[in-house]
Design a protein around this ligand. Structure first.
Ligand code: FES
Length: 114
């Protein structure tokens, strides 16, 4: 897999996006179930998945079922932190997106829409 680097962007497209994703200025390349997407820097994987749902309709997750604060373990996923790393379990609400990160199993209730 080729090295993937952040790319600049124009940032959030609405006040709602600022509230959800912050005032991001770069997009990070990540893979979700084998497909490449670009998501806002400085966000958790759970927020990045929400971004992909709102912007691209690429995934569906039951966001209201998640605690969003690391108390229930309700967002456990499996992911590879870098392309060379082993797959490990982690909580999507506590894992920061990084270039090259790969989600190999979505949090419970999540599904791809492609
Ligand atoms: S959303 Fe509940 S532990 Fe992450």
């Amino acid at each position: 897999m080729a090295a993937l680097f952040p790319r600049p962007c124009e940032g959030p497209s609405s006040d709602e996006e600022v509230d959800l994703f912050g005032d991001y200025r770069q997009l990070f390349p990540i893979h979700v179930l084998g497909r490449l997407f670009w998501v806002p820097e400085d966000n958790t994987v759970l927020r990045a998945l929400q971004f992909l749902e709102l912007r691209e309709g690429a995934v569906r997750l039951p966001y209201k079922d998640y605690c969003w604060n690391d108390t229930k373990g309700c967002c456990e996923m499996r992911y590879r932190p870098t392309p060379e790393a082993e797959v490990v379990p982690a909580r999507a609400c506590q894992t920061r997106v990084a270039p090259g990160l790969e989600v190999v199993a979505l949090p419970k209730g999540g599904r791809a829409c492609w």
